[in-house]
Design a protein around this ligand. Structure first.
Ligand code: SAH
Length: 493
C-alpha cells in the first residue's frame, strides 16, 4: 500500500494516484450498494465488491480523503457473497444488494438505522441497543412488489426497449424479468412488448421528446388479486388500444386499464390526467381487515406483507386505548389513519395529493369507519390551521401524532407545530434513516425522548430501509435533567 504523499507546501496530500493498483479489504456498503474499503483513514468506493471481500483494484479517481477504484480481482471472496438471481443485477439501479446474502442485507440495514440515530440523532449507542427491537425481515425477499414501473424507450436503431434504468443513468436495460416484481407483472410486460411492436405506437425518446409510450405501470391488489395496467403516454390517441384490452382481459383479475397523459419533457413519470379505457378507475387491495381503494396517481406501499407488519408496529407504538385524538400526517390514501381509527376516539389524516385524499375518504366509507376525517394540503400548513381555526377545535389537541413523510423528512414548520401542540407521543414512520435521525434530534431538543425503534425491510435486495420509532414526552423530572445536561454541555463548549 502506498506511503503518504506530501504536496509542495509539505501538507499531507492524496496518498494514491490514478491507475495505481491496490489490495484492500471491503468492510462497508455505500448508499448505492457499492463496497467500501478503508486504509489508514482513507476510503475507497468499489462497485461490485461486497463487504468481506479481499480484492485487487485499480484506482480510478483519488480525492484527498476518499477515492473510487475498479474491481480487478476478488482475491478471497466474502462469506456473505451470493449468486444474484437476476442476470442484470450488476447493471440495475434497483437491486443494489443482490450479491449479499439476505441475512447480511438485514444486518446492514439495521446498522444503517442505528448509525444514523447515533451519529445524527445524538442517541447514546448503549441506550439505543437497549431499546431497539430487531429488524422485521421478509420470509421471501423476491416477487414481493405490488407495483411495477417499467420505462419504455428506443435503442440506437429505433428498437423498443422496456426494462429498467441502469444505475444513476437514464439508459434503459431491456428485460422482461425482474425478480422482485410479481410474476403476473413480468407476464404482462411480455404482452405489452408484443403489442407495442404490432401497434405501430412509438416508444418515447427522452432526448427529442417524441414518441407515444413512456412507461408501463402495473399494480396488483394483495388478497383481492385485482390488477391495474396504466400506460403513461404522450397523448390520448393510442393506436390499437382495443386489441390490447382484448389481450389483457383474458388475465384473471384484470380490473382497470388506463392511460396517464404526460406530454411534458420531464423526469416525472406521471402527468395529472388519467383516462380509463377499461373497467374501474381504481383497484382494491387489503391490509389487515381494511380494504383500500388505489388510484393510479395515489401513493401506496409497494410491499403489502411487510406493510401490515410496519403498520402493526406503528399501532403498537401509538399505545392507543380508544380515548385518544390522533393525527396522521402525510397519510396518503389513509392507510395508517384507518388502521389506527379502530383504537382511537378520532383521527385526522393530512395529505397533499388531492386524489389520494379522495381515496382516503372513500376508504373510510367502504370500511364503515366514521371517526376519521381527511384534509388535503401541506401537512405543515394544515397542522397550523387546525390549531388556530375554531372549526377544527374538536381535533386540535392530539394525544398522538403519527408522521410518515417522503424521503426528505418532515418540514421544520411541522416539527415546530408538533412541539407546540405537545402530544404525549410521536410515532415517526420513515423511509430515510438520515432525515429521520435529523428530525429525531429536533424533537429530542424540544422535550421528547426516543423510547422505541424498529427497522422493517420493505425493499429486499435494494439498499432502502423503513423504520418506525416512538418518541415520548420527557417527564418533568427528565426535562429538568435534560435541560441541565444541555446547560452543562453548553458551558463546557
Ligand atoms: N402514510 C402513507 C403515505 C406515506 S408516503 C402510507 O403509508 O401509505 C408520503 C406521503 O406524503 C405521500 O402520499 C405524499 O404525497 C405525501 N406528501 C408529500 N409532501 C407532503 C406535504 N408537504 N404535506 C402532506 N403530504 C405530503
Amino acid at each position: 500500500m502506498s506511503a503518504v504523499r506530501y504536496d509542495k507546501k509539505g501538507s499531507r496530500g492524496c496518498p494514491f494516484s490514478k491507475n495505481e493498483e491496490i489490495k484492500i479489504n471491503i468492510d462497508d456498503i455505500g448508499v448505492n450498494g457499492e463496497g467500501i474499503g478503508h486504509t489508514d483513514g482513507y476510503a475507497f468506493f468499489v462497485n461490485g465488491a461486497v463487504m468481506g471481500d479481499y480484492i485487487r483494484a485499480k484506482v480510478l479517481k483519488a480525492n484527498k480523503n476518499y477515492g473510487y477504484a475498479k474491481l480487478l480481482e476478488i482475491i478471497s471472496p466474502s462469506p456473505y457473497r451470493t449468486e444474484p438471481v437476476c442476470k442484470n443485477a450488476d447493471k440495475c439501479g434497483g437491486c443494489t444488494l443482490q450479491h449479499l446474502t439476505y441475512e447480511k442485507q438485514l444486518e446492514y440495514k439495521e446498522n444503517k438505522v442505528k448509525n444514523c440515530l447515533v451519529r445524527i440523532g445524538g442517541i447514546g449507542k448503549e441506550y439505543l441497543d437497549s431499546i431497539m427491537q430487531p429488524i422485521i425481515g421478509m420470509e421471501n425477499p423476491y416477487n414481493y412488489r405490488n407495483k411495477a414501473q417499467f420505462p419504455v424507450g428506443q435503442g440506437k436503431n429505433g428498437e423498443i426497449l422496456i426494462g429498467f434504468f441502469a444505475g444513476r443513468t437514464h439508459s434503459i436495460i431491456d428485460t422482461s424479468f425482474c425478480c422482485i416484481q410479481s410474476e403476473v407483472s413480468n407476464h404482462i410486460v411480455g404482452i405489452l412488448r408484443n403489442w407495442i411492436k404490432r401497434s405501430r405506437n412509438k416508444p418515447y425518446n427522452e432526448t427529442t421528446g417524441e414518441g407515444d409510450i413512456r412507461h408501463i405501470i402495473i399494480r396488483n391488489g394483495y388478497v383481492t388479486g385485482e390488477i391495474m395496467v396504466c400506460l403513461v403516454v404522450t397523448h390520448k390517441d393510442i393506436k390499437g388500444i382495443n386489441l390490447l384490452i382484448k389481450e389483457l382481459v383474458k388475465l384473471p383479475g384484470m380490473t382497470s386499464i388506463c392511460l396517464n397523459i404526460n406530454d411534458e419533457k420531464t423526469n416525472r413519470i406521471m402527468g395529472p390526467e388519467v383516462v380509463t379505457v377499461y373497467g374501474r378507475d381504481y383497484i382494491e387491495g387489503k391490509i389487515g381487515d381494511i380494504l383500500f381503494r388505489i388510484s393510479p396517481l395515489s401513493f401506496y406501499q409497494v410491499n403489502p406483507i411487510q406493510t401490515e407488519r410496519l403498520y402493526k408496529t406503528a399501532l403498537d407504538y401509538a399505545s392507543l386505548t380508544g380515548s385518544e385524538t390522533v393525527w396522521d400526517m402525510y397519510c396518503g390514501i389513509g392507510t395508517i389513519s384507518l388502521f389506527l381509527a379502530g383504537r382511537a376516539k378520532a383521527v385526522l389524516g393530512v395529505e397533499i395529493v388531492p386524489q389520494a385524499i379522495e381515496d382516503a375518504k372513500k376508504n373510510g366509507e367502504i370500511n364503515n369507519i366514521s371517526n376519521a376525517v381527511f384534509l388535503c394540503g401541506a401537512a405543515e400548513e394544515i397542522a397550523e390551521k387546525v390549531c388556530s381555526d375554531k372549526e377544527y377545535s374538536y381535533i386540535a389537541n392530539p394525544d398522538v401524532i403519527v408522521v410518515d413523510p417522503p424521503r426528505k423528512g418532515c418540514d421544520k414548520k411541522l416539527l415546530d407545530t408538533i412541539l407546540n401542540v405537545s402530544p404525549e407521543r410521536v410515532v415517526y414512520v420513515s423511509c430515510d434513516p438520515a432525515t429521520l435521525a435529523r428530525d429525531v434530534k429536533i424533537l429530542r431538543d424540544g422535550g421528547y425522548e426516543l423510547v422505541k425503534a424498529r427497522a422493517c425491510d420493505m425493499f429486499g435486495m435494494s439498499g432502502h430501509v423503513e423504520t418506525v420509532v416512538c418518541l415520548s414526552q420527557r417527564k418533568p423530572d427528565d426535562r429538568v435533567t435534560a435541560k441541565m445536561e444541555k446547560h452543562f454541555f453548553t458551558e463546557l463548549v
